[in-house]
Design a protein around this ligand. Structure first.
Ligand SMILES: Nc1ncnc2c1ncn2[C@@H]1O[C@H](COP(=O)(O)OP(=O)(O)OP(=O)(O)O)[C@@H](O)[C@H]1O
Ligand SMILES: O=c1ccn([C@@H]2O[C@H](COP(=O)(O)O)[C@@H](O)[C@H]2O)c(=O)[nH]1
Length: 242
């Protein structure tokens, strides 16, 4: 068992799911097989007794910062980005239901004809019923990311941890996709992640997690059973904790 093995069970968690993780090997958008695999992981974790809230990114469709670079004003570009996360949220809701587990997509950007709006009370109610909650729309505000949204939801819902499911198997000394000499941390503090400017999550997300003493487990979502492995502390991962 690795160093990030939980000393107590992570009963309620927020899984931060990268939008890019949903595109599989496609250049963008959604890959049905990848969606089904991740949905099965989420459904299995809920069936094992964990309360699962998911905050989904939108990078497989749109990132505000890129839109702004190509001339769309930033706040408007971020609105497009938030809509992208709702598209992912709806697809994930359907995929989790396809695994026989009830799911509810709640959007921080109200769109009542499409899905329920996010509220803490509604999210807690659905979690209590054993449903997988998918918190889409990030924080509902421009100039933020879904990483910050994930930590925000974890704080609001008194979650035991944020599970950052991404394309790399932990936090490295530098971006491992760009620097092959980067080495992986087994464990580090929020302070260290901020001071070293480790860009696996944005500083606002790390700072909010530090303030609320929320542990973050960074792990790869590439393989089946990844979420169960992160919950059990048996997978390769980095624990960011006080
Ligand atoms: N020090 C680092 N350690 C690990 N990964 C890093 C580091 N610096 C940058 N990264 C990069 O950060 C990425 C994690 O961000 P992720 O893919 O989860 O994006 P996101 O913006 O949260 O989601 P989306 O795909 O929806 O945009 C990794 O894929 C990795 O390439
Ligand atoms: O609180 C938020 C969260 C997200 N956005 C916008 O959405 C995209 C996609 O989110 P990722 O976290 O990058 O996957 C993001 O680039 C922002 O443009 C937002 O405005 N507010």
């Amino acid at each position: 068992m690795s160093d990030h093995a939980p000393t107590r069970r992570y009963r309620r968690v927020v899984v931060k799911l990268s939008g890019e993780a949903l595109q599989g090997s496609a250049p963008h958008g959604l890959d049905a097989a990848t969606l089904a695999r991740i949905a099965a992981d989420l459904a299995n974790a809920a069936a094992a007794g964990h309360e699962i809230a998911v905050v989904v990114g939108g990078g497989n469709f749109f990132r505000g910062i890129k839109g702004a670079d190509s001339g769309i004003e930033r706040a408007r570009a971020d609105s497009i980005g938030m809509l992208a996360t709702v598209m992912n949220g709806l697809a994930l809701e359907q995929a989790v239901e396809g695994q026989g587990r009830a799911a509810r997509c709640l959007s921080a950007v109200p769109m009542p004809s499409v899905c329920e709006s996010f509220s803490r009370r509604a999210a807690l109610h659905h979690l209590d019923k054993g449903r997988v909650v998918i918190a889409a729309g990030g924080t509902g505000n421009p100039f933020f990311t879904t990483d910050t949204g994930a930590v925000l939801r974890a704080a609001e819902l008194s979650a035991d941890a944020v599970l950052k499911a991404t394309q790399v198997d932990g936090v490295y000394t530098a971006d491992p996709k760009r620097d092959s000499s980067a080495t992986r941390y087994e464990r580090l503090t929020h302070d260290e992640a901020i001071a070293k400017n480790l860009a696996v999550m944005d500083t606002a997300a790390f700072a909010l997690a530090r303030e609320n003493k929320i542990p973050i487990i960074v792990f790869s979502i590439a393989e089946e059973g990844a979420i169960a492995g992160a919950l059990a502390g048996t997978s390769r991962a980095t624990l960011v904790a006080p």
